[in-house]
Design a protein around this ligand. Structure first.
Ligand code: ASC
Length: 165
C-alpha cells in the first residue's frame, strides 16, 4: 500500500516532469523556429555577401580611376580580377522566392522583369571582364575608362533594380 502510493506519487511526479520537459522543449523548438531565418532570408544574406565582396574590391578601383589613390597596376589587376569573377556569381543570388528575404533592397521587378535584369547583369559581366583585361595591360590610360564603364554598369542596375540606400 505504502509502496503503491509511493510509486503512484513518483509516477505522477515523473509524468509532471516529463510534461514540463516537453512543454519546455516544445517552447524552445517553437522559439527557435520563430527566430530562425527563412530560406529567403538566407538567400538574401548570401546575395548581400557577394555584393559586399564586389564593393570591397571595386572601392580601390574607383579610387584609382578617380585619381583619389595613385594608380597601382598590380593592385588594380588583383581587384579587377575579383570583381570580374564575382560578377559571374551574382545571378545565383536571385533565385525565385528570394524577393522576400529580410533586409533586401532588391526590387520585386527583378523577378517580374527578369530579361531586363539579366541584360544589365550580362553588361556588368562584360564590362568587368573588359576592366580585368585593361588592368592586366598595366596601362593607366586603358584602366581608367574601363573602370568608369564598369562603375556605370553597377549604377545602371542599381538605379533600376535597387531601392535607395
Ligand atoms: C561601388 C559601390 C557601388 C558601385 C557604384 C558605381 O564601389 O559600392 O555600388 O561602386 O557606386 O557607380
Amino acid at each position: 500500500m505504502f509502496n503503491g502510493m509511493k510509486t503512484t506519487a513518483m509516477c505522477q511526479r515523473t509524468a509532471a516532469m516529463a510534461a514540463g520537459l516537453l512543454v519546455g522543449l516544445g517552447g524552445a523548438a517553437y522559439s527557435v523556429a520563430a527566430d530562425a531565418p527563412s530560406i529567403g532570408d538566407l538567400q538574401v544574406k548570401y546575395r548581400q555577401a557577394m555584393y559586399t565582396v564586389m564593393a570591397g574590391n571595386f572601392a580601390p578601383l574607383g579610387a584609382m580611376a578617380a585619381g583619389k589613390a595613385p594608380f597601382d597596376a598590380k593592385e588594380a589587376q588583383k581587384r579587377a580580377d575579383r570583381v570580374a569573377f564575382v560578377s559571374n556569381m551574382l545571378n545565383e543570388g536571385f533565385p525565385p522566392g528570394s524577393d522576400k528575404g529580410k533586409g533586401t533592397r532588391a526590387k520585386p521587378e527583378i523577378w517580374t522583369n527578369r530579361a531586363e535584369f539579366d541584360r544589365l547583369m550580362q553588361d556588368l559581366q562584360k564590362q568587368t571582364a573588359a576592366l580585368a583585361a585593361a588592368a592586366k595591360t598595366g596601362d593607366e590610360a586603358k584602366f581608367k575608362p574601363a573602370a568608369a564603364a564598369a562603375g556605370k554598369a553597377c549604377k545602371t542596375c542599381h538605379d533600376k533594380f535597387k531601392t535607395e540606400d
